[in-house]
Design a protein around this ligand. Structure first.
Ligand code: ZN
Length: 268
């Protein structure tokens, strides 16, 4: 009997991860991105390929690669309809056509999704894997740091206007390794200009950025990492483990972090 307990951990043995998600690709994303970059935060930006060229408040597609470099670009449908009221073939087209347009710009498979206006249904969720979508972010506040049970109903810890600093203080003060902890913040960058509270995000980034015990990741990096963790193949006695994925995965074995490089077998 293997006596050492084996746990899933984030890269470098961390148990905390932080991610953010901002919608609609408005001009204010430029300022938000510069705050994130300055503090080492990572985020996902959910963009509508059909509205960027007609709405002057949005960043034009020709600038997306530069503005969002180092961040995840994810789908938010072509035209931002409330898709729970739309026929399913139309929903499929809104997502597939958005993926095609975003991928023509990014050059990588776009597998993240945020439901426009937060609207979804079980039928739409059932459709998403076939459309190549790995997760769907809903709206609302969980006030929780738990890993989501269902990545197609991924609810953030909080909108930035809902207990952001309180949630950050609680997250930063966690000092146990009994669970994995994920803090997830969402919103729209134009809200900071509308509400006159850019200093809220500055303060949060000051508090939560640049810390050694937090893994800063985009939404898809977290989903992909946890998927790769679940694909690890352990020896019956847990004395070694094979990682069939391309990305490296970390586990904790008897309290010690162990990296299992992609495609390799590691002794525990
Ligand atoms: Zn939106």
């Amino acid at each position: 009997m293997q006596s050492r307990t084996v746990y899933t951990v984030f890269p470098e043995g961390k148990v905390k991860a932080l991610t953010l998600s901002y919608d609609d690709g408005r001009d204010e994303d430029r300022r938000l991105v510069s705050i994130f970059r300055e503090h080492g935060l990572r985020a996902t930006f959910n963009l509508n390929s059909g509205q960027s060229e007609t709405d002057p408040r949005r960043i034009p597609q020709s600038e997306w690669n530069e503005v969002y470099s180092g961040f995840e670009i994810a789908s938010h449908t072509v035209t931002h309809p409330s898709i729970d009221r739309c026929p399913l073939p139309y929903v499929a087209e809104e997502i597939i056509e958005d993926r095609k347009a975003l991928e023509a710009i990014t050059g990588y498979p776009v597998r993240g999704f945020a439901y426009p206006n937060g609207c979804f249904s079980q039928e739409i969720i059932s459709l998403l894997p076939a459309l190549g979508i790995r997760y769907g972010r809903i709206v609302g506040n969980s006030d929780s740091f738990a890993i989501p049970d269902d990545f197609y109903r991924w609810k953030a810890t909080c909108h930035h206007n809902h207990r952001l600093i309180e949630n950050a203080e609680a997250f930063l003060s966690i000092d146990n390794t009994r669970h994995l902890f994920l803090m997830y913040v969402w919103g729209h960058s134009f809200e900071f200009s509308r509400d006159g509270n850019w200093e809220l995000m500055e303060r949060f980034a000051d508090m939560a950025g640049g810390r050694d015990d937090i893994w800063y990741a985009t939404n898809i990096e977290i989903a992909d990492y946890l998927d790769a963790s679940r694909r690890l193949i352990f020896a019956a006695d847990c004395s070694f483990v094979y990682n069939p994925s391309a990305i490296s995965v970390w586990i904790s074995s008897g309290g010690e972090p162990v990296m299992i490089p992609g495609g390799e077998t590691a002794k525990l």
